[in-house]
Every structure is written in C-alpha cells, then in structure tokens.
Design a protein around this ligand. Structure first.
Ligand SMILES: [Zn+2]
Length: 397
C-alpha cells in the first residue's frame, strides 16, 4: 500500500507538470490521469490486473441491432478518456437519421460504409445529443458523404461546438509529455523513486499509452461542424412512416442536452444523460440532470441506448445513476449548508458503496469511477449547491 501511495504522489506531481490547462471540461485525459492512482489505492487489494491487450482498440466499435431498423455502433467502454461516444442509426421508409457521430473520423467513415450496406436510403438528419466532442466531431464526415444532410442540436450544443473544440484538441496534444513519461517508466519497470512499478499502475498505464497512441492522431484530423438546425424544446422528424421525436429536457449533462425517442420501437437514445460505466458529470447540472432522468424513465422505453456503453433493456442502470446523483447532490447541499469547505467534502464523501455497485471490483471500472466521476461530481454539485443557496443559477462551465 505504501508503494502504491508513493506511485500516486509521484504521478500527481508528473501530472501537475504536464497539465497547465484550466480544469477539465469533460471526461478528459487530464482528469483521468489525476485520479489513476486513487484506483490503485482502492484496488490494490481487491482486483487483479488483467492484460491490457484484452481490451478492444479505442478505434473499434460493435454494431448492435437494437430494434427493427435501429442499429447502435457501441464504442469500447470509457477507460482512458480517449474514446468516442456511441452512434445510433434509425432507418425509416424514406430516409435515415443518425444520432451522434463520434470523434474518430476513420471510425465514422467505417460506420457510414456500414449504413450504406444496411440501406440504400440517404442519411438526411444528424442529431447531436450535446456539445462534448466525442459525440459530434464526425459531423463533417456525414456532410461529405450525404450532401444536404441537416445537422440538428440545441442552441447550447451549437454554441459548444463553435467554441470548445480548440480547447479539446489542445488538451489532447498537451497530454503528450505525460504519455512520454509513462512510457519511460513502463520501459524501466520502475517508478520515479526507483521502486518497482506496481502491477495496477503498469496495467493502467499500458492501456492509457496504447489508447493515446491510437486515438490522438485520428481525432486531431477531425473538423468540427456545428448544427445548422437549432431547437430548444422538441422536434418531430418523419423518416417516412417512422417518426423520431427529438426532445431537449433542458440542462442536464450539459446546459442543453437532446434525447431521441423512437415510438414505434419503444427505444430511447439518451446521449450522456446516461453513460456506462459511470456518469460523466464535469459539465453537468445535478438538479436538472435528476429531473431529466425522471423524464427518461417516464417514457417507459424497452431499450435505452446510452451515450457510452451497452444498450440497457430496463431502467435498473438509470435508477443507479439517479441514486448516485441524488446522493452527491444531497451531500453537497448539506456541506454548503453547514459551511464545510469543498476540499473537506472531497476528502470525506464516501462513494465506496456506489463504486462497488458501478464497478463490482473491476480494476478498470473502479479507476473510471475515480477518474471520471468522484472529483468532478463533488466539485460541480458543490458549486451548484452554493449558487442555489445564493439564489442564483449554477454558472456555465
Ligand atoms: Zn460522451
């Protein structure tokens, strides 16, 4: 345990040097690296490292038939911050709608080739669930393949896609020194203080450096392309007889998310309001997010396609996410009410029952929870509670 702790502090120092950027804006690599060793601590006794080669390439995806004429391209589960979101294809009698387009142009092109095999009808509509680049940097590929395609999103999504990608690309480029440092340590098998590298650290760093090598050159080729049709309430799109309803519950995972409902198949596409293996909260509005999940649940869909991770056949996972958000929000509100500082809350909040429910002892999932949820969630929920207590809206992040 002492060794793992040393690895943690060493890595934190390395990370600090590597990242000069402002706080992460989504599940970004900077955030991921800051927390890797937290999982090392958590898992050192409980999970045996597995071979990183067993994890599928971040450039890969699986095609899943969700319902008649509804196919999801499911990307590998988020583990290093270098991943694409899911994309979903809805085929109607006359045209096709695609919900989210990923961030790896080569993968998006492969998906377009698959769509052409599934149907001769054109993709006429692309919907972006939110502005996070892992859901829309593939837009330009659809515009090239299907001239005249209409790209749809909320006004917050359009603004985010206009403003955020340069910072995202900078963060990916800015990860290179950390990547190099990890590779040096991996090649020697030693940590900075010359102690042998713990197995958990070796496992995670092997996977992260591999993901970064594959991901960075691809994603840096992407050309952002914002929606040209903007809505903020709801839209009904006819693909022939088949109808897709696009609904914005308002703020949730971002300041303006969109979900899609396919009534004839009883399918809902959630964007990052729901993500597996854990929620990604760093730009979220907890109160509104919880309300958005209630709205999702009221749809009584039989297939729930999350923004990341596998298709859900019931609402158990959505309930779990909701429980976690409510817990985090309540803890943050109580801390603000009692004058507990943020850093104290960060230290004291106990997510361990949730980590067990989300990760079940799996090393990579546990690390994902620590990296993508714990720290940003507490910060975000605390900030929101503070603004609420002052009678103001949470600030945009
Ligand atoms: Zn995402």
């Amino acid at each position: 345990m002492g060794r793992a702790r040393a690895a943690l502090s060493q890595f934190r120092r390395a990370t600090k040097r590597a990242f000069k950027l402002p706080g992460p804006t989504m599940n970004m690599p900077s955030l991921r690296t800051a927390c890797i060793a937290a999982a090392t601590l958590v898992c050192a006794r409980s999970a045996r490292p597995q071979d990183s080669a067993q994890y599928p390439s971040v450039l890969s995806y699986r095609t899943v038939r969700v319902a008649d004429g509804v196919y999801a391209f499911i990307t590998p589960e988020e583990r290093s911050g270098f991943q694409a979101g899911n994309s979903i294809v809805v085929i109607g009698e006359e045209s096709v709608l695609v919900f989210d387009t990923g961030n790896i142009p080569g993968a998006t092109r492969r998906q377009i080739a698959e769509i052409r095999k599934l149907t001769s009808r054109p993709v006429r509509y692309v919907v972006n669930s939110h502005w996070h680049p892992d859901h829309n940097l593939g837009n330009a590929e659809y515009r090239a393949a299907f001239p005249g395609v209409v790209v749809i999103g909320t006004s917050a999504t359009r603004t985010g896609i206009l403003e955020r990608p340069p910072g995202y690309f900078d963060q990916i480029r800015g990860y290179a020194p950390t990547d190099s440092l990890m590779k040096v340590r991996l090649s020697t098998g030693r940590m900075r203080d010359s102690s042998p590298m713990p197995d958990n650290v070796r496992h995670m760093w092997s996977m992260i450096t591999r993901d970064y090598d594959e991901f960075a050159p691809e994603v840096l080729k992407a050309i952002p392309s914002p929606p040209d049709l903007v809505f903020d309430d709801s839209l009904t799109i006819s693909l022939g007889k088949r109808v897709v309803k696009i609904v914005s519950p308002g703020r949730g995972n971002t300041e303006g998310d969109a979900i899609a409902v396919i009534p004839d198949a009883n399918v809902v596409l959630t964007g990052d309001l729901v993500t597996v293996p854990c929620p990604f909260p760093s730009t979220a509005y907890f109160k509104d997010w919880i309300a958005a999940l209630d709205r999702l649940k009221s749809l009584n869909a039989t297939s729930i396609v999350p923004g990341h991770g596998d298709v859900q056949a019931d609402y158990h996972y959505v309930d779990l996410v909701r429980d976690l958000l409510v817990f985090t929000r309540n803890e943050a509100r109580a801390a603000v009410r009692d004058g507990v500082p943020l850093d104290t809350l960060q230290r004291k909040i106990d997510f361990s029952p949730f980590i067990m429910r989300f990760a079940g002892g799996d090393l990579v999932r546990t690390d994902a929870f620590a990296s993508f949820y714990s720290t940003p969630a507490v910060q975000r929920a605390y900030e929101e509670a503070k603004f609420e207590s002052q009678g103001a809206l949470p600030k945009k992040k």
